[in-house]
Design a protein. Sequence first.
Length: 275
Amino acid sequence: MDKIKRNERLGALTKILTDTPNRIHTLSEFCELFGSAKSTISEDIDLISASFERFDLGRVETVAGAAGGVRYRAIPSPKKIRRVLNDVSERLSEPGRMLPGGFLYTSDITAEGDIAQQMGEILASQYYDRQPHFVLTMETKGIPIALMTARMLDVPLVIARRDSRAYEGSAVKINYIAGGGSERIETMALARRAVQPGQRALIIDDFMKGGGTLQGMVDLMKEFLAEVVGVGVMIATAAPQAKLVSGAKSLLILEGFDSATGRAIVHPSPEYTEM
């Protein structure tokens, strides 16, 4: 193999790390790939790490121990989080997004890859220390954000459905109370093969009103003997203040609507504006 120049190694290393967030790569892996000494690879990684920190592109971390190495985590700074959430709040406050029942139209925004990824980066950054084995969401609107969160954590995405599918095999079904002050009973199902007993689940969804669907997912995980290590949503309504699920973190708050203008009143959650 011809000798690889430093700028070539830096480009390739950056691509590999950012394409596999939260995945640990050993130095030996890079030494073999580039035909370089560990000291040389370590210097390259230090350069990338400093560049990422300077331009707020996430963190490149060294993991100690026998199974250690280096990994990339797309952890945004408080300044970047505020900027992203303010930008999304402004878009969600555009006229015409008010829906019957106190809901907010968000599907066009969450379907944009860059926004879904930014939301996923922020949500994932809250739960790295919980080390979930998978991300759980409910079909269908929460899938883009949940998928990006799962990608940032380097774990699978598991999707609960409103009914079982023949191609998924046998399933566990539960009934739950829909949130928002309604007494409506709904059903969710999950394939038995999707979750193993003892695994840790991170629940992610796009919208929380009363919290009934989220609590349903918590109850579903109990049926699988899985531990719920966190619940995160993109948007939560200010009312009702008491939610059926406890401990959920939201990125944005929907205070309500101005009926005269048709505008939603949306702002970042206080914990992010005060960072």
